[in-house]
Each structure stands twice: as structure tokens, then as C-alpha cells.
Write a protein that binds this ligand. Structure first.
Ligand SMILES: [Zn+2]
Length: 441
């Protein structure tokens, strides 16, 4: 009798374990510090990868493309060129060329994950009569020719991450499509990523997540601060934007698969007055985040001093493991549900709010494609940064929590696959999916 009772409990509870998926763990454990280090060193040996220094930029991207091709015949490697006319920091008409490697997905092929970093480098030469601190006094013509321009932390380190994940992940099949990109023209104003993201939006591509790594190669700053167990994860507003949902997901997966390293969300799009390639995607409503060391070294950055000797490949490798956990999990996860308003219940005072009979929280969402075990509902206070409670509700697409007012909490829904892997949370918020935040300067 007791046995039967226990069995019934087990069947009813049916909460999928928040366990370790072996394929994710294999990628995380497979990250090689030696390989990350070798890529950072090699890229730093090109005289310059500056976008305006076309010969060096071309040589470096051909090297990157050759690496990607060597990993797997299943990686489709292409150059993605965008014509840019002379303007601002671009000293003549030229092609900004990205390297794009695509690993086609299996069952959710139209859902794409982008893992990216810019490969162009910068060694700023100031105008001869410039007063220090007088705004942008860069001599962009002289800067174009400046040698050496090693750019190891900014951003050979990010490219090393992209290549290492491409190498490891191309050994497996994934439900979602993975796109590994080395962007150019970042230092002149995000030209490569703007060109790519605009084309993606026009083609109505579904990007489930954009992981941009930029300056992840050093763990001490000019004032002597040393941080080797934390990486900043930037995400743009508002509080429940798709980008922020992705940042929360990264934090969760890093804790699960690589607790040695803290993925620390920063709730702003980027550092003050500065930008990165994820911005091009976030501005178009795509979930896009940036990884950056919390201890940038301003003395070396954008100078001949950003060398391999001044970098920390062991730190970069840890950031690769954090990305490995989140990217692999997302690649195996079912699609996130879309939370809709509910038509059930009476006192609906606001068209976008989910109300049951006025005093209940009634949620309704679209069924996700993929092998779904079920869904869980997440709840937090409106002032809390992270989800505080998660309740597994089974394989349903509606759920009502009685006597719970939605006006002072935030509610979300996530899907959980039969493989035990979870999607990011879709929050139930007033603003619909497409967030158009102002462009960063
Ligand atoms: Zn950079």
C-alpha cells in the first residue's frame, strides 16, 4: 500500500530534474586553455588587424577562416562583406568583411544562436598637437597604419572563444543552428555587426541568442585590481528585455556547469559611452549580451601594449567555459514559450494583462516546438533582479494561481525539454517582444 502511494507521488510530481546534460558538460570540460592561448598569441602576431589596414585585416581573417574550416566539414565557412564609404573613422571606401561559420541545426534549424567577437584591432595614434583629455583627438589616418596593433585582450581573446566553441561544438549535432562569427569594423563603429544584423532582420531570421565576447583576455587592471573568477555580462534595458532574459539564463547555466566562475550580470547595455557588436542586435529586438572582464586595463587597451604578455589566457579560457555552458544549453533547449494575454475570467481592465477572475494570476502561453516535458512558471518581486521561485506545472499551456495579484510581481514561463534542458524564461510584461531601445553612442 505504501509502495503504491509513493509511486503515485512520483508519477504526479514528474518535475524534470535540473540536472547536468552530458553533452553540455562535455563541451564545458573540453575547453582547452592551451588552444585558447595559442589563438590569442597567433592573432597578436599579425602586424595589425585594423579594419583600415586592409592587408593585415585580410591576412588575419583568412587565418580565422582556415581554422574554422579545419574543425569540421559540417561547418560552412563564408566571408560576409559590407561596402562602407569613407566616413568618420573609416579613412577610405572599403569592404568590411566578417567571417561566418554555420553549423546547421537538426530539429529547430530555423532557430539560430550567434557566438561572436570582433577580430579587428586598434592602436590609437593621437593628433600631434592634441591636448590630452580633449575628446576624440585620434588621428585616424595615422592610426590606420599604426604597427604593431596586437589587440590581444581586445579582442583576439574573444575570437579565441568563438574558435574554441566552434571546434568543440562542431563535433556534435544540435537542435538549433549555431553561427560563429568574427566581425570586423567594430572599432570604427560596429560596421560589420550592423551590416550582418540588418540583413538578418530583413530576412526575418530567428535569433534565439547573441553571445558577444569583447575584452575577455586579461584579469588585472591598471590600478592593480585582480579579478580572475568573475566575468561581467551586459544586457540592455528594459528589465525584462529578451537580452536580460538571456543574461539571467547565462548566470543560471554558469552556476550549474562551471561554478568556479561567476557570470555577473550588469543591468545596462554596455560600459558608459562605449559600445560593442551585441548592440547592433539588441537595437533590433534580438536577445544579445556582452561578456567583458571587470578589470579592463586602460593603459594597454587600444595601444601597442595590448600584447600576449599582458594577457591572461587562463582567464579567457574560464570565460569560454561559461559561454560553453550557456550556448550548449540553449542549443539543446526547446524553444521558449510566448506568453499571451488570457481571455478567461472577467475583470480585464488592461488589454495586455493576464487576469483570471480579477483576483487571480491566469497565464496562457504558446506550446513550444521540440520535445517538451512541460513548463515551469517563475515568479519574482518587481524589484528583484533574478527569479525567486519556480514551479513546475506540467505539460499544459494555461495555469492560474489563485488570489495572486499580477500587479506587484513579475511572472514568466519557461519550457523544459524531455532531455531535461530548459529554455530561457519568457516574462509576462506590458511591452511586446520587439524592444527598440536607443542606439548606444
Ligand atoms: Zn573591442
Amino acid at each position: 500500500m505504501r509502495f503504491v502511494f509513493l509511486l503515485a507521488i512520483t508519477l504526479c510530481a514528474q518535475t524534470p530534474p535540473k540536472g547536468i546534460h552530458p553533452q553540455v558538460k562535455e563541451i564545458v570540460d573540453g575547453v582547452s586553455e592551451e588552444r585558447v592561448s595559442a589563438i590569442m598569441k597567433r592573432l597578436g602576431e599579425f602586424p595589425s588587424r585594423n579594419t583600415n589596414f586592409e592587408e593585415g585585416n585580410k591576412a588575419s581573417r583568412e587565418w580565422i577562416a582556415a581554422q574554422l574550416k579545419s574543425f569540421s566539414p559540417r561547418l560552412e565557412v563564408q566571408f560576409d562583406a559590407h561596402k562602407v564609404t569613407k566616413q568618420g573613422r573609416i579613412v577610405r571606401d572599403l569592404d568590411v568583411v566578417n567571417v561566418v561559420a554555420t553549423l546547421a541545426g537538426t530539429t529547430q534549424k530555423d532557430q539560430e544562436i550567434i557566438v561572436c567577437a570582433h577580430y579587428d584591432s586598434l592602436n590609437i595614434i593621437r593628433e600631434k598637437d592634441a591636448t590630452p583629455g580633449s575628446g576624440d583627438n585620434t588621428d585616424w589616418v595615422a592610426t590606420a597604419e599604426a604597427i604593431p596593433s596586437p589587440g590581444v585582450s581586445d579582442n583576439a581573446s574573444g575570437v579565441a572563444l568563438v574558435l574554441e566553441l566552434a571546434r568543440l561544438m562542431s563535433k556534435h549535432e544540435w537542435p538549433k543552428t549555431l553561427v560563429f562569427i568574427a566581425f570586423s569594423g567594430e572599432e570604427q563603429g560596429l560596421f560589420g555587426s550592423r551590416g550582418f544584423s540588418k540583413a538578418a532582420k530583413e530576412a526575418k531570421r530567428n535569433l534565439a541568442g547573441v553571445f558577444n565576447s569583447d575584452i575577455i583576455g586579461n584579469d588585472y587592471s591598471g590600478d592593480g585590481r585582480h579579478v580572475s573568477d568573475l566575468v561581467n555580462v551586459y544586457s540592455g534595458d528594459p528589465m525584462d528585455s529578451p537580452s536580460r532574459a538571456l543574461a539571467r539564463y547565462v548566470r543560471e547555466m554558469a552556476e550549474r556547469y562551471y561554478p568556479a566562475m561567476k557570470a555577473s550580470p550588469v543591468f545596462r547595455n554596455d560600459r558608459f559611452g562605449r559600445g560593442g557588436d551585441h548592440t547592433a542586435f539588441h537595437d533590433l529586438g534580438y536577445p544579445a549580451i556582452r561578456f567583458t572582464t571587470p578589470v579592463e586595463h586602460y593603459g594597454f587597451q587600444h595601444s601597442a601594449g595590448d600584447t600576449f604578455e599582458h594577457s591572461s589566457p587562463s582567464y579567457a579560457a574560464k570565460v569560454v567555459r561559461v559561454n560553453a555552458a550557456a550556448v550548449s544549453s540553449l542549443a539543446l533547449a526547446p524553444m521558449a514559450p510566448q506568453v499571451m494575454r488570457t481571455n478567461s475570467g472577467g475583470n480585464v481592465t488592461s488589454p495586455n494583462l493576464a487576469r483570471g477572475k480579477g483576483y487571480d494570476a491566469a497565464l496562457k502561453w504558446t506550446a513550444s516546438t521540440g520535445d517538451i516535458a512541460g513548463y515551469s512558471i517563475t515568479v519574482r518581486s518587481s524589484t528583484a533582479p533574478f527569479w525567486e521561485r519556480e514551479v513546475y506545472v506540467g505539460n499544459v499551456t494555461e495555469y492560474t494561481m489563485q488570489n495572486l495579484s499580477i500587479d506587484d510581481i513579475v511572472i514568466g514561463v519557461r519550457s523544459i525539454g524531455t532531455n531535461g534542458v530548459e529554455s530561457p524564461v519568457s516574462a509576462y510584461v506590458l511591452v511586446p517582444r520587439n524592444f527598440n531601445t536607443p542606439a548606444a553612442p
